[in-house]
Design a protein around this ligand. Structure first.
Ligand SMILES: NC(=O)c1ccc[n+]([C@@H]2O[C@H](COP(=O)([O-])OP(=O)(O)OC[C@H]3O[C@@H](n4cnc5c(N)ncnc54)[C@H](O)[C@@H]3O)[C@@H](O)[C@H]2O)c1
Ligand SMILES: [Zn+2]
Length: 361
């Protein structure tokens, strides 16, 4: 098992641990001191409950109730949050109780939000069950729900008390979800470390052994830990994590209500190709670098282009990105493979060229 200690302000404590291992869910009670809590609420969704809830319930030795919600982004709402708050209130959860989020990013974000607002904030523990949640959502302390049609509009910055990553859990993930999570892993390599990028693109995501997967997940958590520790509230350096996300988010948002929505990691994969291309136009990386990046994403089973691209629609979405400052989009680009730069300005013409590049027509 691996332990990564994250040093950030967390109520009276100053750090929390991310525990990473195989079959460590069963050992939860001995890994974490749950006896300090009066009772626990497991928040999960129906898909995950089917495979992993019983195991977790068995591992917890304090009074526990389970709150099982519908799966998917469409459930990341104030209504679901209200269900959680109501259950906690009805069961008389006090300040000494704990919320355990057993799920992907949706459950992690929403359960964390519900816990961080209930009684002005009770402890929560994350047990991420998707690759995306293990390497991205569960590290960094952002919680939230979608509201008024806008993703993550309402939320808090609140750190979990602990994160428990069991690599056995992701075995039940559908292939598409598993591979989609790898887009963020590849991104971590591209923005911070060429060596890590080479490692994580050396095989198809499903071909890594259990030991290699632990190394990779720990590697990504470590990269994200370092970045968020330096910049907990996203004022500066944390922006490197946005690589691929300006165009990626726009594509994701545009396709959301269509018949062909794509997963977050898939959109980020396409976004990374477009933003690598912009990096090339700005003479930071070479054309050969862009080709190699594209190839590694294809080899991982990720998309790198889209059909019938609506260039103006994507540009409109980019303009309404909530990360814009004074109406201006600031871009994260690659200075080299393994080094990102942020707060870059990009002309409209280059954005158009990059969008044409990722168009399949
Ligand atoms: N807070 C952050 O910093 C942060 C970062 C990245 C993403 N996010 C958020 O994360 C969310 C996306 O997370 P996600 O990709 O994990 O999606 P998700 O939580 O919707 O999970 C994806 C699907 O897989 C199912 N599933 C989850 N674990 C499973 C398992 N082990 N076996 C079988 N099925 C399983 C779920 O029921 C769901 O249908 C978005 O809402 C996004 O905004 C937050
Ligand atoms: Zn992302």
């Amino acid at each position: 098992m691996k332990t990564i200690t994250v040093n950030v302000e967390h109520k009276t404590e100053s750090s929390y641990d991310i525990l990473i291992g195989v079959n460590i869910l069963e050992q939860l009670n001995s890994l974490l001191d749950l006896s300090q809590y009066s009772q626990a609420a497991i928040i999960t969704d129906t898909n995950i409950a089917k495979f992993h809830l019983q195991k977790l319930q068995k591992a917890i030795k304090i009074p526990t109730r389970s709150i099982i919600l519908s799966p998917g982004e469409s459930a990341k709402t104030i209504q679901s949050t209200e269900i959680i708050w109501k259950e906690l209130a009805d069961a008389k959860f006090d300040r000494k109780s704990v919320v355990i989020n057993l799920g992907g990013g949706v459950i992690g974000d929403m359960g964390g939000f519900a816990a961080s607002t209930y009684m002005r904030g009770i402890d929560f523990i994350n047990i991420p069950t998707t690759i995306l949640a293990q390497v991205d959502e569960s590290v960094g302390g952002k919680t939230g729900i979608d509201f008024a049609g806008i993703k993550n509009l309402i939320g808090t910055f609140e750190q979990p008390s602990a994160v428990v990553i069991d690599t056995e859990i992701v075995k039940t993930l559908p292939d598409r979800e598993f591979i989609s999570g790898f887009a963020e892993i590849i991104k971590h390599g591209l923005i911070v470390s060429r060596d890590y990028y080479d490692l994580v693109t050396s095989k198809h995501p499903r071909e890594f052994s259990e030991g290699e997967l632990i190394e990779i997940i720990a590697g990504s958590c470590e990269i994200k830990r370092k970045i968020v520790e330096e910049d907990t509230k996203e004022k500066g350096h944390r922006k490197v994590l946005n690589f691929g996300h300006t165009i990626g988010h726009a594509i994701e948002a545009l396709l959301l209500k269509t018949e062909t929505p794509i997963l977050h990691g898939e959109a980020i994969s396409i976004g990374m190709v477009a933003e690598a291309k912009i990096s090339q136009y700005k003479k930071y990386i070479s054309e050969a670098d862009v080709i190699a990046i594209e190839e590694s994403l294809v080899n991982a089973g990720l998309p790198t282009a889209i059909e019938s691209i609506d260039i103006n629609g994507i540009k409109e979405k980019i303009k309404s990105d909530k990360k814009n400052v004074d109406g201006k989009t600031k871009w994260t680009l690659l200075d080299e493979v393994g080094i990102a730069v942020y707060d870059e300005e990009v002309s409209d013409a280059l954005v158009t060229q990059a969008l044409e590049f990722i168009s399949n027509e």
